[in-house]
Design a protein around this ligand. Structure first.
Ligand SMILES: [Zn+2]
Length: 211
């Protein structure tokens, strides 16, 4: 091998290494169906003044609670054991996968968490009562949580839309991924079970963000 060829090979290797190190990888959290409750609805479903019991801490001060409810959709088909995420919120909200929504006979729109205006109606049943929500059922829009520091470091803006590359046998590109920046967040991507199953993405997988 002559010198020029060797230099070419080494340059290529260095470039590839730099490119690999430049990749911004994000850890994935797969969200199963879950419910957020208001104080008023917690009272109706679990009794006046009832509190949520923390089962597992989640990012941004949220937690998975021990308490679960049954949800009922338009077809009168139901799903039991749907976990509540705490703490209590201003408004109740149910987050389902598209498959769940079809099974229940609902037309849940894909939305950012908290944007429930004109979303699908759904009924919640708890140990002490039931509540029919006129709106509140959504399919969560896939998103990436990011700290203010990371956003600055990697030049991202709040609500920026990016892509995420998935490798593997059923890999592809996930488009329309929303960046959400907050001081309480750490770098983590949230997708639902449909998205994870379709592309064989596991909880804890590292995926590449593509701007
Ligand atoms: Zn999230």
């Amino acid at each position: 091998m002559d010198k020029d060829e060797l230099v070419k090979i080494i340059t290529k290797m260095v470039k590839e290494t730099v490119a690999a190190n430049d990749k911004l990888l994000v850890k994935v959290g797969v969200s199963g169906r879950h419910v957020h409750l208001s104080r008023e609805h917690m009272d109706i479903l679990f009794g006046k003044g009832a509190l949520l019991t923390k089962k597992k801490d989640l990012m941004g001060g949220q937690f998975a609670a021990e308490e679960c409810v049954t949800i009922l959709g338009g077809k009168l088909s139901s799903m039991e054991g749907v976990r509540i995420l705490g703490p209590l919120r201003k408004e109740s909200q149910v987050e389902l996968s598209k498959t769940d929504s079809i099974k229940l006979g609902l037309k849940a729109p894909t939305r950012e968490s908290g944007q429930i205006k004109d979303s699908a109606p759904i009924t919640l049943v708890g140990p002490k009562g039931a509540i029919a929500l006129i709106e509140g059922c959504i399919v969560a829009k896939r998103h990436i949580h990011m700290s203010v520091e990371d956003a600055k470091k990697y030049s991202f803006e709040n609500n920026q839309i990016v892509g995420v590359k998935v490798t593997g046998e059923r890999g592809g590109l996930l488009g329309n991924v929303q960046i959400r920046i907050d001081p309480t967040y750490s770098l983590e991507m949230h997708i639902d079970t449909d998205e994870a199953n379709a592309m064989e993405i596991k909880c804890g997988s590292l995926l590449e963000i593509v701007k």
